[in-house]
Ligand binder design. Structure first.
Ligand SMILES: [Zn+2]
Ligand SMILES: [Zn+2]
Length: 533
């Protein structure tokens, strides 16, 4: 399997086996040349004083350095986020005045909502689920006459695959598993249509750091030599397996349903229909907290005999979970992050659950007919409340929090509230997700233009900002472009020197190899150790 991984790659690219990041650009990533770079560094140090330091720009660059790029016009620069943030603030202080600069993110991505690899920050849904379940009454598994709705996505990861088993054996094991553990079951699988979906990003996020098997021709006779997780990480293989499991289950009188895309809404819909139509205990078997939330939100007011089973330790009586006002509950769950909405840095689901939001905000987010401007304005209020600064514009509280950080001597852009621009995109994604949950319909609103855009592979990815990360004139000035020569970066034509800053590796011509360059002992080097591949 690993051998095949090497075979399919283009020999001219450098690929991170753990993350799948690829580059051809040798000027940016040169870690494959580390031995030569090391020899050169050593040569420079020969016969020098033991305290001599080296230029940052001379160090070996790995694939993690790719994540620091900032686009200025059509040029990409590589600069660490806190360094960029600090340089922009210094430039603004010198030339523009600092008041309005905080209306811009000043970092390559809105870091309150996204990580530097452009992935949405992931919430700890599980903790919130645990908090809800703590208040619920719990029964043992042996209640009579129960009927099950099983999350197929969960099921796929439950059954043990023996090494060297054929697909047929594996399929039979799944059928037997349902027959033994869940009498009277409806199994609901996710769909894997060709259409782009807001779950594309979550699928990508789950793949980070995972090994993926190549496409296989899945037939009953095929012997599986890789791990279950490696096989299932390939969506084509997974889909082929689901098709075979579905047909085998159907022939054994197990009801199977397959969603058009994400299975969550279909699981909840199937369960709610059963609760309304059969006079028997209905048990939903799933581990995803989203499903528990949706069951609580959608359960009929007068309903007993409705249970959630996440493991084999018992059944939670859904009617005993107190969620307070349903609309407020659904909004807060959406706002605080899930598979299609970033979590807000430093604000957990459990802490935001305790916040009070005005009825007008909740109405704007839970009505699928709200206008764009209603959602944006409600979103700004909600973000102010999240950061405990209701009534103060985000721009102003960003500046105030920055001043506090500066006074303490530790600037951390991640901890500042997001800008109005980033908040607007976040709000659109929350509104979309809440509408899908509320109507249990994934096609209720078009994601394009609602915080989502298509990438070059026609997959949906979250839109981070509609405008720029900083005013263009400041971005152009953060690095110099001084020509080579004796006086390079030594007069006021050098924008770095003029602003009182050192040259960095992102500088166009000098790349920091000049009399104004910064030394290796700088912050820029220390901060990327954790990201090394
Ligand atoms: Zn210069
Ligand atoms: Zn320079």
């Amino acid at each position: 399997m690993y051998f095949l991984l090497f075979q399919v790659q283009d020999p001219n690219t450098i690929t991170s086996l753990s993350r799948g990041v690829i580059t051809r650009d040798k000027s940016v990533v040169n870690c494959d040349d580390a031995v030569r770079i090391g020899h050169e560094m050593q040569k420079d140090l020969d016969n020098e004083s033991p305290v001599k330091s080296m230029k940052t720009s001379k160090k070996c660059k790995n694939l993690a350095d790719l994540q620091k790029k900032v686009r200025v016009g059509d040029k990409k620069m590589y600069i660490e986020k806190t360094l960029l943030f600090n340089r922009l603030v210094i430039m603004a202080e010198r030339y523009e005045g600092i008041e309005h600069i905080f209306n811009f993110e000043l970092t390559p991505v809105p870091t309150a909502l996204f990580t530097m690899d452009r992935m949405m920050r992931k919430p700890k849904k599980h903790e919130f689920g645990k908090m809800l379940k703590e208040g619920a009454s719990k029964l043992d598994l042996n209640i009579d006459n129960k009927i099950h709705v099983v999350d197929g996505g969960w099921l796929l990861h439950q059954v043990k695959w023996c090494s060297g088993a054929t697909i047929k054996t594996i399929v039979d094991t799944y059928v037997r598993y349902i027959q033994n553990k869940f009498k009277d079951a409806t199994v609901v699988f996710d769909g894997y249509g060709e259409e782009s979906s807001t779950k594309d990003h979550e699928h990508m996020r789950r793949m980070v750091g995972k090994k993926v098997s190549q496409d296989l021709r899945v037939t009953p006779e095929l012997t599986i030599s890789c791990d279950r997780e490696v096989f299932l990480a390939n969506e084509k293989n997974k889909e082929a397996l689901i098709t075979m499991i579905s047909s085998e289950m159907t022939s054994h009188n197990i009801t199977v349903r397959q969603a058009r895309e994400d299975g969550d809404t279909l699981i909840v819909k199937s369960a709610i229909d059963l609760v309304a139509s059969v006079n028997r205990p209905v048990v939903v078997v799933a581990q995803d907290t989203d499903i528990l939330i949706l069951l609580c939100y959608h359960r009929p007011i007068q309903c007993t005999n409705f249970y959630f089973q996440a493991d084999f330790d018992g059944l939670y009586d859904i009617s005993t979970i107190d969620i307070g006002d349903r609309e407020e509950f659904l909004f807060k769950y959406g706002w605080s992050g899930n598979d299609t909405v970033s979590c807000i840095h430093g604000h957990t689901k459990c802490s935001l659950y305790k916040c009070r939001f005005p009825a007008s905000v909740i109405t704007a987010f839970t009505s699928s007919t709200s206008t764009d401007s209603e959602i944006r304005s409600a979103g700004l209020t909600a973000m102010q409340i999240t950061y405990g600064c209701e009534g103060t514009p985000l721009e102003q509280s960003r500046y105030m929090k920055f001043k506090k950080q500066a006074a303490k001597g530790k600037i951390d852009p991640d901890r500042l509230p997001p800008t109005d621009d980033a908040t607007a995109q976040h709000s659109c994604r929350v509104h979309l997700q809440v509408a899908v949950w509320k109507h249990l319909d994934t096609s209720i609103l078009d994601p394009k233009g609602r915080g989502w855009e298509l990438d070059s592979n026609r997959k949906l990815r979250p839109k981070m900002l509609s405008g720029s990360i900083a005013p263009d004139n400041l971005l152009k000035g953060i690095c110099c472009n001084c020509k080579e020569g004796e006086r390079q970066c030594q007069n006021m034509k050098c924008s770095c020197l003029k602003a009182g800053m050192s040259c960095v590796s992102a500088c166009g011509v000098c790349s920091g190899h000049c009399s104004n360059g910064i030394e290796l002992i700088d912050d820029e080097v220390g901060s990327d150790e954790e990201e090394a591949d």
